[in-house]
Write a protein that binds this ligand. Structure first.
Ligand SMILES: *[C@@H]1O[C@H](CO)[C@@H](O)[C@H](O)[C@H]1NC(C)=O
Ligand SMILES: *[C@@H]1O[C@H](CO)[C@@H](O)[C@H](O)[C@H]1NC(C)=O
Length: 435
């Protein structure tokens, strides 16, 4: 508590940092109305260490003994939230890929059970979907990230690896969250990935026929493969997929060192962040993306991206269609774009959430710091915008995981290492922050 107070004092006593936090953003969302009441900081989840639940105590003891559960191995990297249409309680999903051995399952929901070191999680859709540890490719081997769409479908991206060994083909698995039924599966064909090189870490499903009028059938999903430095387009109706790999999807060695709160790690990764510009803004729609190890923000029109014919020439395909939005001079990991066209990303320095109105130039003046917290926001690995069905307001959900400490081996399980945070998007855009 004393350390936290000291850090907060340093932030507020340092005028160059404090001005970011206190000033209301001038450029982002200028016509915004100030609300009369202020919301309290909403509920968050925190873990010193992920707290796994098991079907039985015997199962927990057995996997602890045989090495399939090592409490220090799992690292959460993504969050997504489902608000049932019928007004039931929200469900919170977290992922923890099998980077190493000892991860009992890589997709879970957060329960209300409070344990010593954080909330208990349980396997989704069931423990059996995960328990073969790579032996059964009809289950889930290693889920990196998920995307819950406006139809209540969860798009699950499974890299198929354990400890970087490919057990199963990478796959996209879709569950209907209203019924918890499997509704779709697509195993990537060998033309869409590079065996032993690819690692699929992020998915964005663009629903082109959304509710209430649409059927949620006309979908293009975009998959990020940072180790083979490519984006894969999956045309769901056409049952086809193709790779986009060129100079725009490559990392930049100048951004291969990632420094967070004074600790550094090396990673030369290609595409990570994916988001599409919203329907209904009257603009030509684009996929906005960036490589983790690059400061370039890029876009490609969806009409070009979604036509396989445009990508038949490999590295030289459609290069002139890529739009260089700008350079931010620092890395940021996952990003999302709100319904109104505001982009959000968590920067490594200063450690905060930045916002940008996609209609303006991507430059220092327009990319604004909205919230700053060097303690809770260290490495924002998961970031989603979710619309609450009850009142239509949008929420920004974040998962931060102090990745730099994991790489450096300095992680201390006596302190909070993993956090799920939530902000009201409108509050954030007014510079109130919410952390
Ligand atoms: C796809 O692109 C090619 C040219 O690259 C064009 O001839 C064709 O009409 C396009 N298909 C559709 C469905 O737009
Ligand atoms: C909780 O964390 C403490 C401190 O790191 C550790 O000693 C203990 O075993 C953990 N308990 C559980 C249930 O993970």
């Amino acid at each position: 508590m004393l350390i936290l107070s000291l850090i907060l004092w340093i932030i507020y006593a340092n005028p160059s940092l404090a001005q970011y936090h206190i000033n209301r953003p001038k450029r982002v969302f200028p016509d915004f109305k100030f609300p009369s009441d202020y919301k309290d900081v909403p509920r968050v989840f925190e873990w010193k260490n992920l707290q796994y639940g098991f079907p039985s105590e015997q199962e927990r003891e057995q996997v602890l003994r045989n090495g399939r559960y090592n409490p220090d191995s799992p690292i959460p990297i993504d969050i997504d939230v489902y608000y049932p249409r019928n007004g039931g309680p929200p469900r919170h999903f977290v992922t923890s890929p099998r980077f190493g051995q000892g991860v009992p399952y890589s997709l879970a929901y957060v329960t209300n059970v409070q344990r010593q070191n954080g909330s208990e999680i349980q396997a989704y859709p069931s423990y059996q979907w995960h328990s073969s540890h790579g032996a059964n490719c009809d289950g889930l081997t290693s889920v990196y990230r998920v995307h819950i769409d406006p139809c209540g479908q969860m798009w699950i991206l499974d890299s198929g690896e354990i400890e970087f060994v490919q057990y199963c083909a990478p796959q996209v698995v879709v569950f209907d969250l209203a019924t918890d039924q499997l509704i779709h599966r697509y195993r990537l064909p060998e033309t869409s990935y590079k065996a032993t090189v690819s690692r699929f870490v992020n998915i964005y499903a663009d629903i082109r026929d959304p509710p209430p009028r649409g059927q949620c059938k006309d979908v293009f999903a975009y998959l990020a493969d940072p180790t083979s430095k490519a984006i894969v387009v999956y045309d769901v109706m056409g049952q086809n997929s193709w790779r986009i790999e060129n100079k725009f999807t490559y990392p930049d060695a100048k951004f291969g060192t990632h420094t967070v709160a004074g600790e550094s790690f090396e990673l030369l990764d290609g595409p990570l962040a994916l988001a599409v510009t919203p329907l209904g803004l009257g603009l030509r729609r684009h996929l906005v993306f960036h490589a983790l190890s690059n400061d370039l923000e890029l876009a490609i029109p969806l009409d070009i991206l979604n036509n396989a014919t445009n990508w038949q020439k490999g590295l030289s395909s459609s290069l002139s269609e890529f739009v260089t939005l700008g350079r931010r001079g620092i890395q940021c990991a996952s990003h999302a774009i709100s319904r109104q066209g505001i982009w959000f990303c968590g920067f490594l320095e200063p450690i905060g959430i930045f916002g940008w109105d996609i209609r303006r130039p991507y430059n220092r003046e327009n990319v604004q710091l909205l919230a700053l917290n060097p303690v809770t926001l260290q490495f924002v690995s998961g970031l989603k915008i979710i619309q609450r069905p009850s009142d239509g307001r949008e929420e920004l959900w974040l998962l931060s995981d102090r990745l730099q400490k994991i790489f450096a081996g300095t992680i201390d399980y006596g302190e909070i290492n993993y956090r799920v945070l939530r902000c009201d998007v409108e509050d954030l855009l007014q510079g109130r922050g919410c952390f």
